[in-house]
Write a protein that binds this ligand. Sequence first.
Ligand code: 13P
Length: 259
Amino acid sequence: MSRKPILAGNWKMNLDYKAGMSLVQDLGSALVDKDHDPSRAEAVVIPPFTGIRTVQVLVEGDKLPIAWGAQDISAHDDGAYTGEVSGEMLKALNCSYVVVGHSERREYHNETDEVVNAKAKKVIEYGMTPIVCCGEPLEVRKAGKHVEHTVAQITADLAGIDAADVAKLVIAYEPIWAIGTGETATADDAQEVCGALRKAVGDLYDGPTAEAVRIQYGGSVKPGNVVEIMGKPDVDGALVGGASLKAGDFASIVTFYQK
Ligand code: 13P
């Protein structure tokens, strides 16, 4: 498979910059101890905004095999938007990735697909890669409408983005009922939706774009379940919350390919 697996740790609103510094140092050591081969899988950390600069300095200074990114971006370029952080600011910190459309932002900050789409375009405009999240709540899953729901989200979130950019971006399927609950979708559940999302990208764009786009699963991913989930053909990575806050656990997740 030509798609390189991408294992990203979304720290959410955890770890101040000092704690983030320790975690990245420990993660770097753990990856060395495990003989991590960066050509086999990509490790990404996504700290809160206040931790990004520290992560950048550490990773660049020690040449650690870790990329970094941000959890959000402003849909505006600059100006009177109190509390927001722009694409230019994130690019200046050498962020590679920016998460857009996480279910927590959709729920607590009323982000619609329209906003997610605008943010994804900003990430691309500033030369970074969006990780575009989608996922269904429990009632949609119970009604059996999860594929329809997530395909509609991604269709709206990618509107107006051209094929060459879609081929390079990352989609994350995170069923809301599996986030932070300890309840993991089965590997087959993950494959069902990731496969449907890839097919949707093929329908919206073309075959080569669908083959190239990387699709992650997220929701209670841990060292104990990552190997099975990553064994599925349309799952190209994981977006990890809780388990990414422990260096040893996240290093095991990144090196899943050794099992
Ligand atoms: P957990 O791994 O804690 O379930 O979080 C998943 C997630 O929301 C990552 O973005």
